[in-house]
Ligand binder design. Structure first.
Ligand code: BGC
Length: 332
């Protein structure tokens, strides 16, 4: 290769591999898992939005491991990023990441899950308490009296607390009245479907299958719970909640084994995070519509609504919005 051609090739490679599209802005993205469809969709949209704005996105997946997430974020910071978008695996442990980023002058967006006791520059999420409330209302609407299994999400996830609080704001008063009996109340480690299945199996055994409703905090755990119910011939007979509008859950809602899911449009979440990240990289203030106290700090929040989906409105909400495709749900 001649000298000129070599430099041309090198220049092309540089432009291509940077993928910076000219802005030179680099966003670090730390995501807890890709084992759930929900988080895969987040990453897809985050990538699309970053590319559309000419921002380079450096992704790290911590696979539900707090120590790995810290190490990965340290690497991102060492490599030089302008903004960090962080969806913590462990809300408490992740506050160190925020401190480290700030020491380097890198602003942090807490993504979907709040980093506890941390001075994050923005929190983008859904109205999580409301999500739990929607689940609680739906379930008590179907089963106003009876024996309940109450599962909650990972204890390391601040959202799990909010979903539970929201759901119990509805279920609690009925339990206090004696209409509802909570026969099991357990968190699901790392939101694992297999753990949810094991818990529901245990509850069914202990109650000799006399269970009337299952509060499952998300679609993954709902899947596990429904497997346990199916083994006893109870799938479709016992109402089960969920959230995330995952494809498998949409199918279960249609076949009647899962009563509902909650649609949180992760496309909007991702877009608002990237828009904010771009603004912050330019030292501009991000837009927000709420505020909350996070330990000693006041945090700006960009909050998005959520919607119940059941068999009656599934097509309208999930297909018409383009979130899931008709073929994916119903087949050819
Ligand atoms: C998210 C849910 C998700 C769960 C498990 C939560 O923080 O808000 O949408 O199902 O984590 O990944």
């Amino acid at each position: 290769m001649g000298r000129k051609a070599y430099f041309l090739a090198a220049l092309l490679t540089l432009t291509a591999c940077g993928g910076r599209g000219g802005t030179g802005t680099v966003i670090g993205l730390s995501i807890p898992t890709q084992r759930e469809e929900r988080w895969v969709r987040d990453v897809q949209q985050l990538r699309r939005d970053a590319a559309a704005r000419g921002l380079e996105l450096k992704l790290q997946v911590s696979d539900n491991d707090a120590a790995r997430q810290l190490a990965q974020c340290e690497n991102l910071l060492a490599g030089g990023i302008d903004v960090l978008i962080l969806a913590p695996h462990d809300a408490t442990a992740a506050s160190v990441i925020v401190e480290k980023a700030h020491r380097l002058g890198v602003p942090v967006i807490s993504y979907d899950r709040l980093v506890s006791n941390a001075d994050v520059d923005l929190y983008v999420s859904f109205d999580n308490m409301k999500v739990g409330e929607l689940q609680g209302r739906y379930l008590t609407g179907k089963v106003p009296k009876g024996d309940y299994i109450v599962l909650s999400g990972a204890p390391t996830d601040n959202n799990a607390k909010l979903f539970r609080q929201g759901a119990l704001s509805v279920i609690g008063p009925l339990a206090a009245k004696g209409d509802i009996r909570v026969i099991m109340d357990q968190p699901v480690r790392d939101w694992q479907p297999a753990e949810a299945m094991r818990l529901v199996e245990n509850a069914l055994t202990a109650a000799q299958n006399r269970v009337d409703a299952v509060l499952a905090p998300n679609d993954g755990t709902a899947g596990g719970a429904i497997q346990a119910l199916a083994a006893q011939g109870l799938a479709g007979k016992v109402p089960v909640t969920g959230q995330d509008a995952e494809l498998s859950a949409a199918r279960r809602v249609l076949d009647g084994t899962q009563s509902m899911t909650v649609f949180k449009d992760t496309r909007r979440l991702a877009s608002s995070a990237i828009e904010a990240a771009e603004a912050m990289a330019q030292k501009l203030p991000p837009t927000y519509n709420a505020e909350l106290t996070n330990g000693p700090y006041k945090v700006k929040v960009a909050m998005i609504g959520a919607q119940v989906v059941d068999r009656a409105n599934l097509d309208e909400v999930l297909i018409n919005s383009g979130y899931l495709s008709r073929t994916d749900i119903y087949g050819e």
